[in-house]
Design a protein around this ligand. Structure first.
Ligand SMILES: Nc1ncnc2c1ncn2[C@@H]1O[C@H](COP(=O)(O)OP(=O)(O)OP(=O)(O)O)[C@@H](O)[C@H]1O
Ligand SMILES: [Mg+2]
Length: 503
């Protein structure tokens, strides 16, 4: 009996049939007796979907699924919808963290962390926060909202800094002993950057990090201007407060206006795609926490499709782990990952407008969906943009590249999934909807990975020539994720490479 049947109190089909006769029977006309009603109510109640664990993460006592405990562990091992807050689950990024810590500690600059959606900025900031707290920094974390304003945020920051670190108050002063904070010293009127800097200038015996996460979400130009002015003020006066700003952006100026005035005072870091080894590390951390293991091919599949995105890796590992447990296994196979990919595709498709969905289906009929998927893979970490040089880099022969460029040109002219883009990098193309990119890429990557496992003649016989060329391009994209390949001039792998894990 499957776990879900057991959970819902359903009997296997054969047993149901044997007891209750035909599936479609005429409903009884007479009202059921009291006993029958009670029985039905009990049956309906036991079939009603339930949470499997309590809010305190305890297993439900009604549960008979023998994998229920593993399921709970798996949920906290892979958390695609939540940033990492526990250092044990944080994979890779050692160089990035070291660089950030050095900039804050040695150069005493303010830090801006930017990058694509889901690349791991918030997780990075959380781990950086823990490292700073270990060194006894006071860290105040603020997640910006659309309506965030300077006054509100810095009053909240001041409220988290104990008064005993203010040079004007001895630690034994009554107000400091009563647990007062810097917020007690703020005037009633709106706060200006100068006023906040004046207050922070009085800090002694500690250092403060103010983390402003999701900075891109805040819409107010005035807020951004005030932050730039505060950075200038804090830097010019060597004040013991530093800002760490994190947000989605393709480049720095997109994130912080008025950059020229503060350029010397900031260190900006674009969070890169993860390498294959880092993605493998992410999965291994999850294996350790959950007790669910991924076989070698399953891991390769996740690394290939994730294309350097910790979010995709976490999402696929989560779904694949649950798919294996549904089949009463604690070892995840390629088939489980494929189910996970299907589930992710359904989720991503739901985020795409009906208009683009129809265009994608049309592209599938005309045979260009797969090659578009490969370009989506290239554009995924490039602000949705690609250009002729990307096509040249991915397509081996000038003829196939030219062929593909003319297809792309036609799609952009007709505004089918693509549009023209003109920026400092020159003329290029961008996908008309952000949510189309992961969907198209995952679809193409899944197809490519599964076909690469078929015997070569069988796979080749089924394919149009354009797709074969696109497959090689998909391999090149995945290849870029692999640190092995980046280190030396290896040719693109003929099929998805083994992930950088031993054995
Ligand atoms: N270093 C890491 N190790 C393990 N998992 C990670 C790591 N970085 C990110 N993740 C996973 O990737 C997902 C996205 O991470 P996070 O929320 O930190 O990204 P983000 O860049 O802040 O996203 P957004 O742009 O939406 O704010 C999360 O599910 C998190 O669990
Ligand atoms: Mg974030």
């Amino acid at each position: 009996m499957s776990w879900i049947n057991r959970l819902l109190g359903r009997r296997p089909r054969a047993a149901q049939g044997a007891q209750s006769g035909p599936v479609f029977s005429v409903a009884p006309l007479a009202a059921p007796s009291r006993d029958e009603t009670g029985g039905k109510k009990a049956g309906a109640a036991s079939q009603f979907p339930r949470f499997q664990s309590t809010a305190g993460d305890q297993l439900s006592t009604r549960l008979t699924d023998r994998f229920a405990a593993t399921r709970i562990k798996l949920r906290s091992a892979f958390t695609p919808s939540q940033p990492i807050t526990d250092r044990r689950m944080f994979a890779g990024r050692i160089d990035v963290l070291t660089t950030l810590i050095r900039s804050l500690e040695d150069q005493r600059v303010h830090v801006i962390i930017y990058g694509e959606r889901g690349i791991g900025k918030t997780s990075l900031v959380h781990v950086l926060t823990q490292a700073a707290q270990d060194a006894r920094y006071i860290v105040v974390y603020c997640s910006c909202g659309a309506g965030s304003n300077f006054d509100e945020i810095f009053r909240a920051v001041a409220a988290d800094i104990p008064l005993l670190f203010h040079s004007g108050f001895a630690p034994t002063a009554e107000q400091a002993e009563r647990g007062g904070s810097l917020a007690d010293l703020l005037p009633a009127g709106p706060l200006s950057p100068r006023l906040v800097a004046d207050l922070f200038a009085k800090l002694t015996g500690t250092r403060v990090l103010v983390v402003l996460d999701e900075f891109d979400v805040c819409e107010s130009p005035e807020f951004r201007r005030n932050i730039a002015e505060l950075i200038k003020n804090l830097s010019d006066r060597s004040i013991r407060t530093q800002l760490v700003i994190a947000g989605v952006a393709a480049d720095l100026t997109q994130l912080v206006e008025h950059i020229p005035s503060i350029r010397r005072n900031i260190f900006a870091l674009q969070v890169p795609k993860m390498t294959a080894a880092e993605i493998s590390h992410l999965v291994e951390n999850g294996e350790e926490i959950s007790g669910v293991a991924f076989d070698r091919a399953a891991l390769d599949f996740i690394v290939f499709v994730a294309n350097g995105s910790p979010y995709l890796a976490s999402l696929l590992s989560h779904h694949a782990g649950l798919a294996a447990l549904d089949k009463a296994r604690t070892k995840v196979s390629v088939e489980d990952v494929s189910l996970a990919v299907d589930q992710a595709l359904a989720e991503f498709r739901g985020r795409i407008s009906k208009h683009s969905q129809a265009q994608i289906d049309q592209a599938a009929k005309s045979g260009v969906r797969h090659v578009l998927g490969v370009m989506a893979g290239a554009a995924l970490f490039n602000n949705g943009r690609f250009d002729g040089r990307d096509v040249d880099a991915l397509y081996p022969s000038a003829a196939t590249a030219a062929n593909f460029k003319s297809t792309v040109e036609e799609l952009a002219t007709k505004r089918i999934l693509l549009e023209f883009s003109e920026d400092e990098f020159g003329k290029g193309y961008r996908f008309s909807e952000e949510s189309v990119l992961p969907y198209l890429w995952i679809l193409a990557a899944q197809k490519r990975f599964l076909e690469s496992r078929k015997p070569a003649p069988a796979a080749a016989a089924e394919k149009p020539a354009a797709e074969k060329v696109a497959d090689k391009a998909a391999d090149k994209i995945a290849e870029k994720t692999s640190d092995k390949a980046a280190a030396k001039d290896e040719p693109a792998a003929p099929a998805p490479r083994a992930a950088a894990r031993q054995g």
